[in-house]
Ligand binder design. Structure first.
Ligand code: ADP
Length: 324
């Protein structure tokens, strides 16, 4: 392997730049070329490439988003699109690539590899933490810190007015953000997709909170929760059943995907970038670099896509106890 491509694909997340920086500099360290591929697989199809050296990634470790831009590419889902991408890689003398993204990006990489036998290693980049084979995806820790910081501010105003706040957080079909940020921000209740809490239990719990003298409450709700109501319908439901509560809704939205990455995400990105490049140099492919029990690991991409990243159910119990 003489030259490695690097791209960010799918949803962006804080820490992607730190991973790009690490991939570029690991290539330089091992005296091989590195090419930045812009706008994910779409840029691969269009040949939107730029040579990267250690100095082209100065001052980006602290930046959110991705300097390589990200995109969703429908064309890459077609054999014709992937053939164009392959021809561009060959023309640019790229021998392997590192893709930083989520399970969709990994699926694309595996299909591409099966067609062209092209070496690829994945780095998990998503705030949702919904990828099997790593305890943390890039951006997850930063998103947790962002959510906790915002809920702290919401709590200030909630307690000044004796209000109940329903705070919707991201996470797609996973409750990792809701559960961990909820505990970190001292939420009274946390609703996640992995556990159908039921509306009755929620009302009971809110009644109890009031009875024990809590003047304000925060309920954190994962966007994919199973309660079957939108957060606004839930507000109406709570208000009609518990008229003593003045309910407000706050949907945090895309701010959770932005911001300067936490130290944890920067260190993780640096470690995963080194592992990804060195794995390619060792002749490995179709693997995802991840972290388990603070050790950098490799998991087959196929497992990373198919496996399920479980939530820690003990956290639900902890949440119930500490919010009493
Ligand atoms: P994420 O990587 O964050 O899960 P997406 O699901 O949007 O984001 O996937 C990112 C890109 O990966 C898609 O826009 C597409 O180009 C490529 N991709 C996803 N699924 C496939 C597939 N089945 N075949 C080929 N390419 C795919």
């Amino acid at each position: 392997i003489r030259k490695i491509g690097v791209l960010t694909s799918g949803g962006d997340s804080p820490g992607m730049n730190a991973a790009i920086r690490s991939v570029v500099r690991t290539c330089a360290f091992h005296n091989i070329g590195c090419i930045g591929i812009y706008r994910g697989y779409q840029g691969m199809i269009e040949g939107d490439f730029k040579e990267m050296g250690p100095r082209t990634v100065n001052n980006i470790i602290n930046k959110g988003g991705t300097i390589l831009k990200s995109a969703r590419s429908m064309e890459f889902k077609t054999p014709e699109g992937r053939k164009k991408a392959y021809d561009n890689l060959v023309k640019a003398e790229i021998d392997a690539f590192v893709v930083i993204g989520g399970d969709g990006s990994f699926t694309g990489a595996l299909i591409f590899n099966s067609e062209f036998n092209f070496p690829v290693i994945g780095i998990p980049g998503t705030i949702d933490n919904d990828i099997f084979g790593t305890s943390h995806t890039l951006g997850y820790d930063t998103a947790l810190n962002t959510v906790v910081e915002v809920i702290d501010k919401i709590r200030d105003t909630a307690s000044s007015h004796n209000r109940l706040f329903l705070v919707e957080v991201m996470g797609r079909d996973a409750g990792h953000i809701a559960l961990n940020a909820g505990i970190g921000a001292g939420a009274e209740e946390i609703l996640i997709p992995e556990e159908d809490m039921g509306l009755d239990r929620l009302l009971d719990s809110l009644k109890k909170s009031k009875a024990t003298g809590k003047s304000s409450s925060i309920v954190v709700i994962a966007e994919g929760d199973k309660i079957g109501k939108s957060v606004f319908e839930l507000k109406d439901y709570v208000e009609s059943n518990l008229p003593e509560y003045d309910v407000r809704v706050s949907v945090l939205g895309h701010m959770q995907r932005g911001g300067s990455p936490s130290c944890f995400d920067r260190v993780l990105a640096s470690r995963l970038g080194v592992k990804a490049v060195e794995s390619l140099l060792e002749g490995k492919s179709n693997l995802m670099a991840g972290i388990i029990a603070d050790k950098i690991t490799l998991t087959p991409l196929e497992q990373a896509i198919k496996g399920h990243s479980e939530i820690d159910r003990e956290l639900l119990r902890v949440s119930d106890i500490v919010s009493i």
